[in-house]
Design a protein around this ligand. Structure first.
Ligand code: HMG
Ligand code: MG
Length: 315
């Protein structure tokens, strides 16, 4: 939950973003990325996943990333954990927050973690017990809350049921994932209102993908409904390899700009974040990233640079 700031941005680029890249990013570049994000003011960063390297080869270096990510005061790192085997790997690295994940819809869950929703939650039981004993924080994602790539509409009651079961296991925070980016503001308002019956709003976060271009509108709707924690990826990176057609997360730059322009503090330095995304785009991924505010800021910089050059030439 936000303290010194009005909203808390939860950066998931190193995990949600890089899990979906066709090329595996080398470990030193991942560590630089995490350090730069922390320097830009992000205080919650999901750094990797302790899932099967056969399912997500892009994050096969999870141990090295989690152990070597630069520790900074006030910055908390998390990583995805699907089962007890993943938890053992996670815990050996000393990270403070484990992030469980399960879908609200059966078919996506099966495609993503190869078991039913009920089985996934049973797998979490010993993980949650261990996390409590070890003093590890527990975030829990519920995916496909606005729609499933295989089943279509997902009833709010089905989402609420999964949320209730995760809270009963002791989840500290629930992140509601519009995995395929089909949600709309009215749906988000209704979802948050329904889930506010299950958990205090401070325990809810929104995780919006931008496939249909409504992620920023959905975040704004979530803010108006009382949510204060929002997941995002620098430059709009991201996607779930087991959700066909899904595109990236809402871009972190878009949320920094959205909130700061409305007088709401995020604690994130937009210029430093744009520098980081530009570095990632130019030096690491070598492909254009879609974030709108990021693209606009790069355009402004280029035009300012051109004006300086023209003035210099004219002098
Ligand atoms: P499985 O194949 O059913 O696992 O996978 P299994 O228990 O039958 O074991 C098979 C093999 O995997 C064994 O190895 C295990 O040791 C190994 P073998 O004996 O064959 O050599 N194994 C593991 N290895 C390393 N770490 C582990 C682990 N567990 C088993 N933790 C499993 C089940 C859950 C592991 C697999 O399905 C998996 O890793 N899935 C991950 C999928 C994933 O990461 N998806 C993307 C993240 S979710 C997402 O993006 C959505 C989110 O962003 C929110 C939103 O947008 O809505 C969070
Ligand atoms: Mg996601």
């Amino acid at each position: 939950m936000a303290s010194a700031t009005d909203v808390l941005l939860y950066e998931v680029g190193p995990r949600d973003g890089l899990q979906n890249e066709p090329e595996r990013v080398p470990t030193p570049e991942k560590l630089s990325l995490i350090g730069r994000l922390a320097t830009a003011g992000l205080r919650r960063i999901e750094v990797t996943s302790f899932v099967s390297p056969r399912w997500i080869p892009q994050l096969a270096d999870a141990e090295a990333v989690a152990k070597e990510a630069p520790r900074r005061a006030g910055v908390r790192y998390s990583a995805l954990v699907p089962n007890l085997q993943g938890y053992e790997r996670f815990h050996a690295t000393g990270l403070p927050v484990a992030a469980l994940f399960v879908s609200a819809s059966e078919t996506h869950n099966r495609k993503n973690v190869n078991c039913s929703v009920a089985e996934a939650i049973e797998r979490f039981r010993p993980v949650a017990e261990r996390a409590k004993q070890d003093g590890v924080g527990l975030r829990a994602y519920v995916s496909t809350v606005c729609g499933c790539p295989y089943e279509g509409d997902v009833p709010v009651a089905q989402v609420a049921d999964v949320v209730r079961r995760l809270l009963a296991l002791g989840a500290d925070e629930i992140s509601l994932g519009d995995t395929i980016g089909v949600g709309h503001p009215r749906q988000v308002r209704a979802l948050v209102a329904a889930l506010a019956q299950e958990a205090p709003l401070e325990q809810l976060a929104l995780h919006m993908h931008d496939t249909y271009g409504r992620a920023v509108a959905n975040v704004e709707a979530g803010y108006e409904a009382g949510v204060r924690t929002f997941d995002a990826s620098l430059g709009g990176l991201g996607g779930c390899p087991y959700a066909p057609g899904a595109s990236g997360n809402v871009a972190t730059e878009d949320l920094v700009d959205l909130f700061e322009r409305q007088g709401l503090a995020t604690g994130v330095d937009l210029a430093a974040l744009v520098d980081t995304t530009a570095w990632l785009e130019d030096e690491v991924l070598r492909r254009a990233l879609p974030g709108r505010v990021y693209r606009a800021k790069r355009g402004e910089r280029r035009r300012a640079q051109e004006r300086t050059t023209t003035v210099g030439e004219g002098a």
